[in-house]
Design a protein around this ligand. Structure first.
Ligand SMILES: Nc1nc2c(c(=O)[nH]1)N[C@H]1C(S)=C(S)[C@@H](COP(=O)(O)OP(=O)(O)OC[C@H]3O[C@@H](n4cnc5c(=O)[nH]c(N)nc54)[C@H](O)[C@@H]3O)O[C@H]1N2
Ligand SMILES: Nc1nc2c(c(=O)[nH]1)N[C@H]1C(S)=C(S)[C@@H](COP(=O)(O)OP(=O)(O)OC[C@H]3O[C@@H](n4cnc5c(=O)[nH]c(N)nc54)[C@H](O)[C@@H]3O)O[C@H]1N2
Ligand SMILES: [Mo]
Length: 781
């Protein structure tokens, strides 16, 4: 038996890992982490699980019929081939598609989180490779906060403002009396930070605020959207109605004259227009607290009281990222900023507006200084792009024009899709629509460690090493800990890294020099570390040399803790300190956005009914609003087959939470299997009955690997509990074209049929081709 111990870094923390015979048998938090996340336990038993991909594989239909649109992606068996064969097929196919249709016919948007590690970062790898060999159609913005990314420059002049410039927890503890958290502060999400977390401190900082006397109000459909230690008041709200509540509060301040007249008149533009809208002068509807209460299903007095509290003490309006992952998601940020401007704390320490306090571990813990060098992605030869959540539209409607932030352009005609480090069968909405769209490309190439739905819907699959099976170094976004990642296990025989695959493909496509710059993986890791040392030196920060760093395992990079107060200069002297908006001020009305003329995104924060909500006619047929939150037991779909993830499932399925009255009406009790359905799709889940949700709401986390009753598609049942068979593929608006996952009505009923066996974590049917031996280890020329 071989036994190895080493250090690893992941998006959910840094761990000391022991592997026996290349399988993880022990995981514990690293020395610097006082509060390690239990997500580390997902490594246990995961590397040599039967879901592991061990050989390159080609879909039988693709091998027999060649590239082309097909209905059998997702149901054909696979044929295992040698690396040489797979590399030749993929290089030949990329070359054919580019010659025949042009570089933009290759979609390399490849959205996804992949794994931690500066060099082996899958997105950087694939984009560098595709740029080196000709170019590709890319994607812009994120599933996390696309609506915010696009609308914020119009409001405050800075896309990153809500990440960079809003109050830090330390400032809140010192200065703030009241935090009103729309969407709450769910603790589960702060387990995670992109690129890594050296020490989990966010929960402690939240608790320190509570100890310092900060009061929290959670506006959410879920009471559990904050830790009990915060002793938050819960204001239950119907999903997707927060804008109405914000407007009702703004109206209260307007009517009572208790708003910050100086700030809205001198530091903002458009207040007068917004005020006329609140008074009902532009549409005949006065946005009173009573009006809001009718929409939100919340007590009118609670809305007026909260408005008064907001304006009478140092307050912070926090709007969780999920609130813009809904139809008209742009409006939640805009209304929140307008409310905060009126409440009087914008531009004062700890006060005003913020977002993401519990969406990511490091959001608002430290300042945003990212010292680490990245793998350069090279110059993109192709300019075509889509907003990331428009993938199905793009595949279904080549040539059709789409709107985006004041521009119009056609969807490119995609013939080849290349994905590494992401899982659209996890992240995209309306999976049955995606399945139809997925029939259109001629070839789909995927790199994956595991036989998840992503791999099972590819034509050519390359198995790749996990982050535990390669050497790298990591540092998270705005995190102070640089971590040397050890290789703690050998990848299964026949499995190599993304880099080795891309290097071999570049060789075949005549771009080996450009892609590799003559370095092997370990030389690249050292090179990127050395560049990191240079970048830190330029800031006056000394880092140890590479060998000393590797021996130490972790070093702490001193972070700038001093944080400026957002908008304090604007408040002091708006003319001397203009923002980068057209007016130089906060735009409560944006001439620019208004001039786009979008019917679904006006130029000011307005209540617009979402396509689906508890107040819409559709609620008669589908009376429950589905909230598909981030999973507590994993990051997205990663390691769904890991020990911690499996321990959270009931009867092998994901757990759907329901209010006791909703459960009783349907005769449901804890542990029952239900079918959750709407006109887009259906899935199975296990029931948990809880007082922690408001009536009319179902919560089903994302992350269960999509597992259709064969062969999938419209009308078929997902056996495992993936909410994205239910969610709509609907743009937030023409402005941002972001995803609207949280705008979704469903019905729930007891599942009475024969329970279909789970196959989510089983490999597909695999056939051997003669001579599919171990992979050649592609080395340096
Ligand atoms: N309904 C609903 N849907 C949502 C959301 C929601 O709130 N509700 N949230 C959305 C959000 S915010 C996000 S960010 C997305 C997340 O969506 P994704 O980022 O696509 O989800 P992951 O499961 O993290 O996908 C990463 C994939 O990369 C693979 N992988 C890991 N390491 C490597 C590597 O080194 N190389 C390669 N080649 N592969 C690797 C993993 O096995 C996994 O399949 O989901 C979105 N989808
Ligand atoms: N454990 C774990 N942590 C994660 C992730 C993960 O997969 N697992 N993913 C990470 C990623 S990529 C991201 S982007 C962040 C996302 O961070 P968030 O977007 O903050 O997380 P969500 O779980 O999508 O939503 C937060 C809460 O919003 C509430 N909510 C939903 N709809 C509404 C509404 O209409 N009104 C109100 N008032 N509340 C609503 C829900 O009750 C939910 O608990 O999380 C990160 N953290
Ligand atoms: Mo995200």
């Amino acid at each position: 038996m071989t036994r190895r111990r080493g250090r690893t870094a992941s998006h959910w923390g840094t761990y000391l890992v022991t592997a026996e015979d290349d399988e993880v048998v022990d995981v514990r938090g690293a020395e610097a982490d006082p509060d390690p996340s239990p997500l580390g336990a997902n490594y246990l038993g995961a590397l040599r699980h039967r879901a592991r991909i061990r050989r390159p594989a080609v879909r039988l239909g693709w091998l027999e019929d060649g590239p082309g649109p097909t209905r059998t992606r997702g149901s054909d068996p696979y044929v295992e081939v040698t690396h040489e064969t797979a590399l030749d097929l993929v290089a030949g196919e990329l070359d054919r598609v580019r010659r025949q249709y042009g570089d933009e016919a290759v979609f390399g948007g490849s959205y996804g989180w992949g794994s931690a590690g500066r060099f082996h970062h899958a997105q950087s790898q694939i984009h560098r490779f595709l740029n080196a060999t000709g170019g590709y159609t890319r994607s812009v913005n994120t599933y996390s906060h696309a609506a915010g990314d696009v609308v914020l420059p119009h409001i405050v002049g800075d896309r990153e403002w809500f990440l960079r410039s809003v109050p830090r927890w330390s400032q809140i503890a010192e200065h703030t009396r009241l935090v009103v958290a729309f969407g709450g502060l769910p603790r589960r999400s702060v387990q995670v930070n992109p690129g890594g977390v050296g020490a989990h401190l966010n929960a402690r900082q939240q608790d320190a605020c509570a100890r310092a006397g900060v009061r929290f109000v959670v506006v959410s459909p879920s009471r559990d959207d904050s830790a009990p230690s915060l002793r938050a008041e819960w204001l239950p709200v119907r999903p997707n109605t927060d804008v109405a509540m914000m407007l009702g509060m703004a109206h209260t301040l307007l009517r009572e004259g208790s708003y910050d007249r100086y700030f809205v008149e001198k530091c903002c533009v458009g207040f007068e227009y917004f005020a006329r809208y609140l008074r009902g002068e532009t549409d005949g509807v006065e946005k009173t607290a009573r009006w809001a209460a009718g929409i939100c299903g919340t007590d009118e007095a609670a809305i007026t009281t909260l408005a008064r509290r907001l304006a009478s003490e140092r307050s912070l309006v926090s709007v969780t990222w999920s609130l813009q992952r809904q139809h008209h998601g742009e409006m939640t940020y805009w209304a929140g900023i307008a409310l905060a401007a009126m409440a009087g704390s914008l531009g004062k320490p700890g006060g005003g507006f913020g977002s993401g306090y519990s969406s990511m571990h490091n959001a608002h813990l430290y300042d945003r200084f990212s010292p680490a060098a990245s793998l350069p992605q090279l110059r993109p030869p192709v300019s075509a792009f889509i907003p990331v959540a428009r993938i199905s539209d793009m595949l279904l409607h080549p040539g059709r024009h789409f709107d985006y932030n004041g521009t119009t352009q056609p969807y490119p005609d995609i013939k080849a899709v290349y994905w590494a480090g992401g899982n659209p069968f996890h992240h995209h909405q309306d999976l049955n629509r995606l399945l139809t769209a997925w029939q259109r490309p001629e070839t789909v190439v995927v790199h994956e460690p595991f036989w998840n739905a992503m791999a099972k819907h590819a034509d050519i699959v390359f198995p790749v090493a996990t982050s535990l099976e390669r050497e790298d170094f990591a540092i998270g976004t705005a995190d102070p800990w640089l971590t040397a990642m050890d290789q703690v296990a050998e990848a299964p025989e026949g499995v190599v890294t993304d880099y080795e695959i891309f290097a071999e493909l570049s060789r075949r496509l005549g771009a080996w020099e450009e892609f590799t710059e003559g370095r092997d993986a370990s030389e690249w890791v050292r090179h990127l570390y050395d560049r990191t040392v240079d970048r830190c030196a330029a800031r006056g920060i000394a880092l140890p040399d590479y060998d000393t760093f590797r021996k130490a395992g972790q070093v702490e990079v001193p972070m700038p803790w001093e944080h400026p107060v957002a908008f304090s200069e604007l408040r002091d002297d708006p003319d001397a300190h203009p923002l980068t908006t057209p007016s130089g001020k906060i735009e409560l009305f944006s001439e620019t956005v208004a001039a786009f003329g979008y019917d679904d995104c006006p130029g000011f924060p307005r209540w617009m009914e979402p396509a689906e909500w508890l107040g819409s006619p559709l609620a008669r047929k589908y009376p429950l609003h589905l909230i598909s939150t981030q999973p507590d037991t994993k990051l997205h779909s990663q390691f769904d087959h890991g020990a911690h993830s499996l321990s959270g499932k009931v009867r092998g399925r994901e757990v759907a939470r329901l209010h006791p009255r909703d459960a009783a009406e349907r005769g449901l009790a804890d542990g029952d299997l239900v079918r959750i359905h709407n006109r887009r799709g259906a899935c199975l889940a296990a029931v948990e009955v809880t007082e922690g949700l408001r009536q009319g709401v179902v919560q089903l986390p994302t992350g269960a690997w999509y597992d259709p009753v064969s062969p999938g598609g419209a009308g078929s049942l997902d056996k495992h509990g993936n909410p994205n068979v239910l969610t709509p593929d609907l743009a937030t608006s023409k402005l941002a074209q972001g995803p609207s996952a949280h705008t979704c009505l469903v019905e729930v009923e007891r599942f009475t049929g024969a329970v279909p066996p789970l196959t989510a974590h089983e490999p597909p049917e695999l056939r051997k081709s003669p001579g599919s031996g171990p992979a050649p280890r592609p080395g340096k020329r």
